[in-house]
Each structure stands twice: as structure tokens, then as C-alpha cells.
Design a protein around this ligand. Structure first.
Ligand code: AMP
Length: 190
């Protein structure tokens, strides 16, 4: 299996790049943010709970997010591999993912981490708000909170994979095509 954690701050381009990677490598794309948003649309209990955190730019609690991710992986039992987009976002999630994959005889192959400067992220998210309709993209205060949460709670997850020699940092500045090319080069060299 080829299991990729596509990592980076909000607005780094994880969703856009994931679409390109799944086409080339035949992987299943799992975005916890997308799953939460579809639950919000469907007005499920999970959606209502997730919304109360997402609207403030906070992380949805680990227990809820980990259970959700496990259930999604199990839905795709014949997958060649996965791209995890927006998960894991805490060390507890990373540990739970390792344990879970191990129980299936699998593991994370690599973490590809997109590096983008904070000022560029803010610009991208405000621009994305014009088309995404996402409330958490449109409000500069919520954007600041999401970026702060990224630095405090999520960025440390890089060390988790670095200690396993699985971290590759990718420059996330430049055109979408340039970044895709960098990702392809890194994956093809695995
Ligand atoms: P995203 O679409 O990845 O930008 O995620 C949007 C929002 O969903 C985040 O700001 C969080 O509130 C929530 N979320 C998505 N993935 C996770 C996760 N792995 N852990 C906790 N909260 C998450």
C-alpha cells in the first residue's frame, strides 16, 4: 500500500494537490474537513458537533475525529492506498493512526509537508472564500485562529514522522503545477 499524509497549514493546497495525486497514483482521498462539511450539510449529529468547533477555527475533539477516520478507512477495504488530507492534526491522532494501520498490517509510507508562509496562507484563504462559501475562510479572525492552532497543535506532528524518517518537506509556494511536480518527484523517488 502507498499511504501518504499530505500535511500543511490551512490554505497550503492540500485539497487541490490531493486531487492530482489520487488521479496519478490511484489512491483514495480521505479529507476529514470534507467529511465534516458533508455531515454539516446533511445536518447529522456529527455535523452539528463539528460545526461548533469549525466555526471558531478550533479542532474537533480527537476522539470524534479518530473514530470517524477509522470508519472511513474501513469503508475502502480494497484500496491500493490512501491520501490522508487534514489528518492527523495532533500527535494523539498520529499515534492512533499508526496503531490502527498496524492492526491492518499497513503503515504510513511518507508524510509530505507543504511549507507556506503565514501571510501567503491568509491571502489564499480569503481568495478561496469567494468561491468556497466557507465561513471559516471568510473571516480574518477565524483564519488567524486556524493558523495559530496549526502552529501550536498540528505542526508538532511533523516531528512524529521525522523520528520515523518519513518526513519530506516540500516548498508550497509557487504555482499549483510547480507544487504538483515537486510532489510527483518526491513520490516517484520513494
Ligand atoms: P480543513 O478542511 O482540513 O481545512 O478542515 C476544516 C476544519 O475541520 C478545521 O479547522 C477543524 O475545525 C476541522 N478538522 C478537520 N480535520 C480535523 C482533524 N484531523 N482534527 C480536528 N479537527 C479537524
Amino acid at each position: 500500500m502507498l499511504n501518504i499524509v499530505l500535511f500543511g497549514p490551512p490554505g497550503a493546497g492540500k485539497g487541490t494537490q490531493s486531487e492530482r495525486l489520487i488521479n496519478k497514483y490511484g489512491l483514495v482521498h480521505l479529507s476529514t474537513g470534507d467529511i465534516f462539511r458533508s455531515n454539516i450539510k446533511g445536518q447529522t449529529d456529527l455535523g452539528n458537533l463539528a460545526k461548533s468547533y469549525m466555526d471558531q477555527g478550533k479542532l474537533v475533539p480527537d476522539s470524534v475525529t479518530i473514530d470517524l477516520l477509522r470508519a472511513e478507512v474501513l469503508k475502502h477495504d480494497s484500496a491500493k492506498g490512501f491520501i490522508f488530507d487534514g489528518f492527523p492534526r495532533t500527535n494523539a491522532q498520529a499515534k492512533a493512526l499508526d496503531v490502527f494501520l498496524k492492526s491492518m498490517g499497513a503503515s504510513i509510507t511518507v508524510m509530505l509537508s507543504l511549507d507556506v508562509e503565514d501571510e501567503e496562507l491568509k491571502k489564499r484563504l480569503l481568495k478561496r472564500a469567494e468561491v468556497s462559501g466557507r465561513a471559516d475562510d471568510a473571516d480574518p479572525k477565524i483564519i488567524d485562529n486556524r493558523i495559530a492552532v496549526y502552529h501550536k497543535e498540528t505542526a508538532p506532528v511533523k516531528s512524529f514522522y521525522d523520528l520515523q524518517d518519513k518526513l519530506i518537506s516540500i516548498k508550497g509556494m509557487g504555482s499549483v503545477n510547480e507544487i504538483t511536480e515537486r510532489l510527483f518527484v518526491s513520490i516517484d523517488a520513494l
